[in-house]
Design a protein around this ligand. Structure first.
Ligand SMILES: [Fe+2]
Length: 431
């Protein structure tokens, strides 16, 4: 394995597109050629660089397969009390960083979570939501299969109470703290302040049949290769120093643009997450991840190999989620691992760049209810989105990252501004 011998500053510059290119095919050809040329100019071949990543990822895949054979759960589990008290054992912390995902046990008392679930039912029924419901408002999941049962509801008291709770803030700060958030004299984000990213609810009833959701990832699409900020964030993949790529480094990730579209997430999230509002067994159509944060390097470099057509990014395009799968990433798919059984009040988290899916289920036993609440720390990108979130909150509108459904505007019992606590006010940028 050779070390980089050419300083990155002398490598050929990359073309970049700060808005969606008008001609996607020619932009893909151009960026692929430029990325290959840059890697070659560093003194290494694309195949060699990819080989380094593949070896690192293969070791992680085999570690996961071995854990599974020993009957261990692949997902690390940490008790909320240990996070709150700062007593998370070192080996659990190491496993969290290795696997990039986590179940927080007892994040909320079970009765509180079940109470929130009942409150959400009351909230939507009291406002005749099911009479008014007009069907799914987007085709976000068009590229990966059928839809889970999503309520486009954002402003229930239950959701806001969870978002602004002390327990949520403690877990988000813990998770944000796994990232390198300052470097080169820049604080890329504030790990102790969350931006309260409003998302939806899923309630999947007993007896449901669901096709699940195919393996995909959420951080972006072609912009991951084509904007200047992401090119800097992933710089080590393309400058011959691939060994230095760190999936926990937030540098250059918290201010850049994203291509608009139905896949858009305006916020920077360190972890995606949800809080369970019902007990769910591991075989009832639950979340899976490829529990390897470094797999992002594999996904980013794979399209540069010679077996992929010059105008193809392994199927990634704008306005559809980033697909991952057996065609281009069979090694990664071996590590796809489901969550263990969870109980209402547990929460589930996964690194924002990780591949994930929802397994299909037939005749589901028990409910499958979750509130989506990620960790989205305060940073320039999230501060700018917070202005739009404030407006949506005050008017009961759907936030601008989501379809314009606006069911809650006239609902009298949504969460009120006077019920915000300090965390809520800080998260919305009101203080
Ligand atoms: Fe997703």
């Amino acid at each position: 394995m050779s070390a980089p011998t050419v300083p990155a500053t002398t490598l050929p510059a990359l073309p970049h597109w700060e808005q969606t290119p008008a001609d996607l095919t020619s932009a893909i050809r151009e960026i692929k050629g430029a990325l290959r040329a840059r890697i070659t100019a560093s003194g290494r071949t694309v195949e060699e660089v990819f080989g380094v990543v593949e070896e690192r990822v293969r070791a992680a895949v085999e570690d996961i397969e071995a854990a599974r054979e020993r009957g261990e759960t692949v997902w690390p589990e940490i008790d909320y009390a240990d996070i709150a008290n700062g007593t998370v054992p070192a080996e659990q912390l190491a496993l969290l960083r290795r696997r990039g995902c986590l179940v927080v046990r007892g994040h909320f008392p079970r009765q509180q979570a079940l109470g929130w679930d009942a409150d959400i039912v009351d909230y939507v029924e009291s406002n005749r939501f099911f009479d008014d419901y007009r069907g799914p408002g987007d085709d976000f999941f068009g590229s990966v299969g059928s839809k889970p049962e999503i309520y486009p509801i954002y402003w229930s008291p239950a959701q806001m109470q969870a978002r602004q709770s002390e327990r949520m803030a403690a877990v988000q700060a813990f998770l944000n703290g796994q990232w390198k958030h300052a470097s080169d004299g820049v604080q890329w984000f504030d790990p102790s302040r969350d931006s309260l990213y409003p998302d939806r609810i899923r309630r999947r009833p007993e007896g449901a049949d669901s096709g699940g959701l195919g393996t995909h990832l959420d951080p972006g699409t072609l912009d991951l290769w084509m904007t200047e900020a992401y090119q800097k964030a992933f710089r080590h993949l393309f400058d011959g120093a691939v060994e230095q790529y760190d999936p926990w480094d937030a540098a250059h990730r918290t201010a850049g643009p994203q291509y608009p579209g139905s896949t858009m997430c305006s916020a920077f999230r360190t972890f995606q997450g949800w809080t369970a509002l019902s007990d769910m067994d591991h075989d009832q159509g639950v979340l899976h991840t490829v529990a390897i944060p470094e797999a992002m390097a594999y996904l980013m470099l794979r399209p540069l190999l010679s077996d992929v057509p010059d105008d193809d990014m392994c199927g990634v395009t704008v306005n559809q989620v980033f697909p991952a799968g057996d065609r281009w990433h069979p090694l990664l798919m071996r590590a796809l691992s489901g969550i263990p059984d969870v109980r209402a009040g547990d929460s589930v988290w996964w690194h924002c760049d990780m591949i994930h899916s929802v397994a299909p289920v037939r005749n589901q036993q028990g409910w499958g209810n979750v509130m989506y609440i990620p960790a989205a720390p305060w940073c320039p990108r999230n501060e700018s989105y917070a202005a739009r979130v404030r407006e949506a909150f005050l008017t009961g509108s759907s936030p601008s990252d989501f379809p314009e459904e606006h069911y809650e505007r006239a609902w009298p019992n949504r969460f009120r501004p006077e019920d915000l606590n300090e965390t809520g006010r800080r998260g919305l940028g009101l203080d």
